[in-house]
Design a binder for this molecule. Structure first.
Ligand SMILES: Nc1ncnc2c1ncn2[C@@H]1O[C@H](COP(=O)(O)OP(=O)(O)OP(=O)(O)O)[C@@H](O)[C@H]1O
Ligand SMILES: [Mg+2]
Length: 412
């Protein structure tokens, strides 16, 4: 494995790839990016057309590799879809020593036992664990302690863990498509988590914030609080459902897409009722004039449905709006829809903004757009995962050396 980090996001509308070099300060410098359109190969996070996807992966990866000094051989891969779910687990253990009644100091072992107990959520059949987020700890009634409370004198410790799972077969299909394109898989990251890493700041995640990545086929929702993921959900609707609604005006897909991206306004109070545009009718049957308020009404209705589902996901997290002062941050291609910020703010009832990838160095401006949020987030998360794995290895090594020097000391 070379040091180059690569993120591969196989979305409903396109495959995007980002390549980055790790920087010594813990950040990344993006050195390449590529995008290849796909059509109908992925639906709601499930792969349906392997050949088309493999071809698009090859194109996106070779475009991203153009200016890289190393080859892209391994990738961090995103997954999305209704099959991606998170479960909270709480594990409580007693800190007392078995031979004494008095409380004693919490050790790393106690923390590990509590985490292990929290991890024992029953895995649904056919599920694969993608991520285990250590959320926080509770010691004798004092909750929301961020770091392992080692050294505190206490009677009980609880650990809260959030386990993210996905359908094993759905994930395997994406992995094998990437492998068929000549890549090995370095890690799998839920799309919402990756997008959050790219567009949110650490402060926002600490204070509490909601991210909605509205793509072509899915809207990935992630709620962050206390610096970690608190809830993850996927709404099986995105920009493609808006385009397909517009087709009811009897226009072909490309005309509906043009109406959406060039003329539609999601929030009806921002529409100019006097404006209209000419479009081609389905089947080459001439052209006709459609008013912008009709287009915007169709678009607004579907967008409302998407944000009602986003609001339900936020409610499912069980976190009160006052604990989410960062509001709602939109990203993904559909966040470009005009008037979407106003509409989302009204439906969800939160201050809303659009988020573009930020917080890294880059030699290409291509990645500074909302469609690249997931792929950019993959290299940022990938960097963190490599570092965490390195820390574990270092921990193991130093443990090993302590053990050897212990033996050497005893032999002396
Ligand atoms: N200017 C625009 N206005 C409205 N929608 C837009 C605009 N530009 C792109 N889109 C929409 O964004 C969507 C694609 O976004 P994105 O590239 O984030 O999706 P994806 O990641 O491939 O899909 P998914 O995440 O759902 O699997 C399409 O539905 C496209 O029509
Ligand atoms: Mg996407």
């Amino acid at each position: 494995m070379n040091s180059l980090l690569a993120g591969l996001d196989i979305g409903t509308s396109s495959v995007t790839c980002v390549a980055a070099e790790p920087l010594s300060d813990g950040g990344v410098r993006i050195v390449g990016a590529g995008q290849a359109q796909i059509d109908g190969a992925v639906r709601e996070g499930v792969l349906l057309d392997v050949a088309q996807t493999v071809q698009a992966i090859r194109r996106a990866v070779s475009e991203a590799a153009l200016l890289c000094t190393d080859d892209i051989r391994s990738v961090f891969l995103s997954v999305s879809g209704s099959h991606v779910r998170g479960f909270e687990g709480i594990g409580t253990v007693s800190v007392e020593k078995p031979d004494s009644d008095s409380p004693h100091e919490i050790t790393g072992e106690d923390v590990a036992r509590a985490e292990e107990a929290a991890r024992l959520v029953r895995l649904p059949q056919g599920a694969r664990v993608l991520d285990i987020v250590k959320r926080d700890y509770c010691v004798d009634g004092f909750d929301r302690i961020r770091r392992p409370p080692i050294g505190l004198i206490a009677e009980q410790i609880s650990a809260r863990i959030y386990t993210v799972m996905a359908d094993r077969l759905a994930v395997s299909n994406f992995e094998s498509a990437a492998e068929s394109a000549g890549l090995s898989i370095e890690g799998i990251v839920p799309a919402a988590l990756a997008s959050g890493a790219a567009v949110l700041t650490g402060d926002e995640m600490d204070m509490g914030v909601v991210l909605a990545d509205i793509g072509g086929g899915t809207t990935d929702v992630a709620v962050f609080r206390n610096g970690t993921l608190a809830h993850l959900g996927v709404v099986p609707l995105g920009g493609n459902s808006i385009t397909s609604d517009l087709q009811a005006l009897r226009v072909p897909w490309d005309q509906a897409e043009k109406l959406k991206t060039e003329w539609a306004v999601a929030s009806s109070d921002l529409v100019d009722p006097n404006q209209s545009t000419r479009v081609a009718r389905l089947g080459g049957r001439g052209t006709f004039t459609v008013s912008h308020s009709v287009v915007s009404q169709v678009v607004g209705q579907r967008a409302e449905e998407i944000f009602e589902a986003v609001a339900q996901e936020i409610a499912r997290s069980g976190i009160d709006y006052v604990d989410l002062p960062g509001g709602l941050i939109l990203t993904g291609g559909t966040s470009r829809l005009r008037g979407i910020v106003e509409l989302a703010g009204r439906i969800v009832g939160m201050p809303t903004d659009v988020g573009v990838p930020t917080g890294f160095e880059t030699s290409t401006d291509l990645v500074l757009s909302p469609e690249f949020a997931t792929a950019v987030g993959l290299v940022i998360t990938g960097r963190e995962r490599r570092e965490a794995a390195g820390d574990d290895r270092e921990g193991l090594l130093s443990g090993f050396f302590r053990w050897i020097s212990g033996i050497a000391g005893r032999l002396r």
